[in-house]
Structures are given as C-alpha cells and as structure tokens.
Design a protein around this ligand. Structure first.
Ligand SMILES: [Zn+2]
Ligand SMILES: [Zn+2]
Length: 265
C-alpha cells in the first residue's frame, strides 16, 4: 500500500435541531429551523487506523439536549474496527462534542496540540463563557492520559505517519487542529470545527463559539491551501456531507460515508 491509499470515513453519531441564526456570529436573515450533524472520522491505511475525535456518549447527549443516533463505538464496529484495538486517536480539540467517550479506546495514544491542553486546563477556563463547550470530565480524562504516558503533543504542523498530518489552526478553540490525509483522489482536509458548515467558508462567516475570529478566518485560507480543492474540504458539522458522499456500504446510508471518493457535484 502506498501513502495515498488511505480510506477516509465520516461516521455520523448525533444531530441537533436549532435556529439557523445560532450557527453564525451576527445571525442569519433566513431564520428557520435547521440541523447540524455530529461526526467522528476514521482514516484506514498502511499505518493502521487513526480515529479523529471521540464524540460524546448518551449521558452527555442527555445533559446537553442532543440526539444520539448511533453510539460512536457502533459506527466503528460497522467499519470492522474494534475500538479497544485502536492505537491512535487524533483529538482535534477538547470541546465536549469531540472529546467524550474517553474510555472507549483503552489502548490508544492521543495526539493533541500543546496549546489546546494549556487552554483547557489554564486561566481561560476561569471564564464561564469560554468554558461552556468544555466538560470537566473530559478534561480530567485527558490529564489522566498524560500521566499514563498516552498523550503525544504537537506544536503547529506535524506528520503523524506518511500521508497523515495535523495542522494547528486555532480560532474556534485556541489549540484546534485539522487533519490532512493523502488519498487517491487528492489531499483531503478533515477540518473538524475549523469549519463547521460549508456556508462558513463559502460566505466567510463564523460560528458563534470562537476564541479568535481573526484566527478562524485566517484558518479558512490555510485550509484552502492544505486541501487539493474545495471538494477536498470536509466541514465538521454539516449534514450535507452525508448527502454528498456515498455510503460506506449497504445499510450505512445517512450514517457512514466514504470521503476518499469524489463527492457529488
Ligand atoms: Zn468545537
Ligand atoms: Zn463541534
């Protein structure tokens, strides 16, 4: 297998209905009910399996009023992956909807940015407004992993394996990173929350939970350079992703899609 032979999947596990205006700083003139989707992502290739983010569980879903559709572990099993055999997890950032399920991968090493750990455990968490998207349980769990020698820290851009790299973007969360993967169709960027919805990058708008608006907007430019084209940019919460890409197999429609094949145009 060569570097560009990675298979990449988006595994949807939850959804949430909300007013469209809740998705943009300065609101949206078309204020109707819309939904956002929650995903984890999977990279399979010559270097094994990399799971990108760990999602949230039923307890957290109830606490925050979200609808869990398929537990994250079920999605991975549908792809033939046993969570307890996963060796690498990339934590794009520590927000509750990306960093829960912290016991699901007992053997994994967690890859995260220095800045995100400092942000999630430092003075900014003394501000209720900045703390909202973090769960104390998730942050304790990642600190425990540091002491168990299960965290690998990155600072900026770093290659984790040939054809898989992380890139610090910041903006939405101070140490947020995206993931760049080589595939047969070109270089795909899993943006996680660097770009929530296609409309954010297309219109230059910004999701309201944001540490730095300037870094978020600069991040859009960086991601456009990192990806082969706009069609290689995969936003972190857009329900359209499930419609644009083919199901990863029979029975997986509206649940798990292949991102290493071209989307519908
Ligand atoms: Zn986030
Ligand atoms: Zn998110």
């Amino acid at each position: 297998m060569t570097d560009d032979s990675h298979e990449v999947f988006a595994v949807c596990y939850a959804s949430h209905s909300r007013k469209r205006s809740e998705n943009y700083i300065f609101g949206d003139p078309h204020d109707e009910l819309t939904s956002i989707s929650y995903y984890v992502w999977v990279i399979k290739g010559p270097h094994g399996v990399f799971v990108v983010d760990t999602g949230f569980d039923e307890v957290a879903a109830k606490e925050r009023g979200r609808k869990l559709l398929h537990p994250v572990g079920e999605g991975l099993k549908a792809l033939g992956i046993e969570p307890d055999s996963v060796e690498n997890v990339i934590a794009t950032h520590m927000h509750w909807d990306h960093a829960g399920n912290y016991d699901l991968f007992p053997k994994a090493r967690y890859h995260l940015q220095d800045t995100e750990m400092a942000y999630a455990t430092g003075r900014c968490m003394c501000h209720p407004m900045l703390r909202i998207p973090f769960s104390e349980r998730d942050v304790h769990a990642i600190v425990s992993k540091v002491f168990a020698y299960r965290c690998e820290f990155h600072d900026g851009a770093e290659e984790l394996a040939s054809g898989i790299s992380v890139h610090k973007i910041g903006g939405h969360s101070k140490g947020l990173q995206c993931v760049r993967v080589k595939t047969k169709r070109g270089t795909v960027v899993l943006t996680s929350d660097c770009i929530h919805l296609y409309s954010h990058i297309d219109e230059g708008s910004v999701f309201p939970i944001t540490y730095s608006v300037g870094d978020t907007l600069e991040g859009y430019k960086t991601i456009q350079k990192l990806a082969s084209s706009r069609q290689h940019i995969v936003p972190g919460h857009d329900p359209e992703v499930l419609k644009l890409y083919p199901a990863a197999g029979p029975g997986l429609e509206n649940w798990i899609v292949r991102l290493d094949v071209a989307p519908k145009t």
